[in-house]
Design a protein around this ligand. Structure first.
Ligand SMILES: Cc1cc2nc3c(=O)[nH]c(=O)nc-3n(C[C@H](O)[C@H](O)[C@H](O)COP(=O)(O)OP(=O)(O)OC[C@H]3O[C@@H](n4cnc5c(N)ncnc54)[C@H](O)[C@@H]3O)c2cc1C
Length: 403
């Protein structure tokens, strides 16, 4: 049986490995548009952008691993179409690849700023190694950087740019950072952190144009004075690469729609990672995540299914970010909550914030307090009613509440 994997990113790379580990003896072809072997993206806005590591440190396996494992790695190759009837892939520039099972791990791409000046030689997006290396080169002592969007990537870029001595302005449309993904209180906490580190963070402002004046950019926005900067970094979210699947008539809904086994609407086609909108059995609904854990573990879980396994992918969503000396972790994917419980104060060096709905923990955020995370995930997974006073009381062990 020939398994073709389209997208040689984190999910695709881990899936190829896991297929071999699960005893798949047939052919495995891993096809990726990029020229690098599968790598992890979190360091792109952190250690790699800071200049602390070489880009090869991000590779999930050394480049020679694939040959040794009998995985045909085709880099710099883009799949342009899927012929589902013939079970065959078409490559950009010619050539076809047959498959018996197909795994789509095409990930996501940076959302572009659809405004005058949204593309240009002084404007940067951050999705791949080349983006990070190009931006890193520009971030030197005294560089003026404007970051558009105060989501995770925008804030990480701001923190790393400060570390490299740049002066940083962040422009955000919403009243707080992380408006799409976190409680307002966490956005406020990060806003204070960045301001304390010297970032000029302006919220509630709407960027209207970026003008390249030759030697600098002029960014105009409703709600604040124009910003003059040497470079702009745009972090306004990501879009799943669903076009290949949709073009072949596979069901998509802001993500390739898959079940808890990674199965798409075509029984021979599976998907994993950022590109999926997958059924999470713990939450009882479909979600799309852009997170390292999801890419890695869903890739592995779906590979095992393809190799003949029967265990669903079922995990509490988890994400982390590092900014300055702060490690922030989040678990759960709530669309609403009716109560917040603080375990510690946001003024302390470390604390945990729980989000509750109907007395149950549905999400948790730890700030420099990762030891709470394991038990927070257990609380979310078990879904039992907890006493908010006990949750807030640091003298009460979380593991006792999570049991
Ligand atoms: C800068 C940055 C920082 C991040 N930091 C964190 C973090 O701190 N914590 C965290 O949990 N998560 C973080 N993430 C998210 C995490 O890296 C992603 O969730 C993960 O990379 C997704 O893996 P993936 O394999 O699904 O997709 P990708 O890694 O996007 O891989 C998809 C690959 O498929 C290729 N491809 C697409 N279409 C085709 C085609 N038609 N033919 C061939 N190849 C194709 C793409 O070129 C790409 O190489 C970060 C992401 C970025 C960009």
């Amino acid at each position: 049986m020939h398994v073709a994997i389209v997208g040689a990113g984190h999910a695709g790379g881990r899936a190829a490995e896991a297929l071999r580990a699960a005893g798949h003896k047939g052919r495995i072809t891993l096809i990726g548009s990029e020229t690098y072997p599968p790598y992890e993206r979190p360091p792109l806005s952190k250690e790699l952008l800071a200049g602390d590591i070489h880009h090869e440190k991000t590779f999930i396996r050394p480049a020679n691993y694939y040959d040794e494992a009998g995985i045909e790695l085709m880099l710099g190759a883009t799949v342009s179409a899927i012929d589902r009837a013939a079970q065959r892939l078409a490559l950009d520039g010619g050539g076809t690849i047959p498959y018996d099972a197909l795994l789509l791990t095409t990930g996501a791409r940076a959302r572009r700023l659809a405004l005058p000046g949204g593309e240009g030689s002084r404007v940067f997006y951050l999705r791949d190694i080349d983006d990070a290396l190009a931006l890193r080169e520009r971030l030197t002592e005294g560089t003026r950087l404007v970051v558009i969007g105060a989501g995770f990537i925008g804030l990480e870029v701001a923190a790393t740019a400060r570390k490299r001595g740049a002066s940083v302005t962040v422009l955000e449309l919403a009243p707080h950072p992380l408006g799409r993904v976190a409680a307002v209180e966490i956005g406020q906490y990060l806003a204070s952190l960045h301001r304390a580190k010297g970032v000029d963070l302006r919220t509630g402002v709407k960027v209207t144009a970026i003008e390249d004046m030759g030697d600098a950019l002029r960014v105009t926005a409703e709600g604040c004075e124009p910003v003059i900067a040497d470079y702009a970094a745009i972090g306004i979210g990501a879009q799943p690469n669903t076009e290949l699947a949709a073009g072949a008539g596979i069901e998509t809904r802001d993500g390739i729609l898959v079940d808890e086994f990674g199965r798409s609407s075509d029984p021979a086609i599976y998907a994993a990672g950022d590109v999926t909108r997958h059924l999470n059995p713990l939450l009882g609904r479909h979600i799309r995540l852009e997170a390292w854990q999801n890419a890695q573990n869903q890739g592995i879980a779906v590979a095992k299914i393809i190799a003949g396994g029967d265990a669903p992918f079922s995990e509490v969503p988890w994400f982390w970010t590092d900014q300055y000396e702060v490690n922030l972790q989040m678990s759960g994917a709530p669309d609403r909550w009716d109560r917040l419980v603080w375990r510690g104060e946001p003024t302390e060096p470390g604390f945990t914030l729980f989000q509750l709905l109907d007395g149950k923990v549905v999400a948790a955020v730890t700030v420099n307090n990762m030891r709470d995370m394991r038990f927070a995930k257990m609380l979310i997974q078990r879904g039992k009613i907890v006493d908010p006073a006990a949750l807030a009381d640091k003298a009460v062990k979380l593991q006792d509440l999570a049991r």
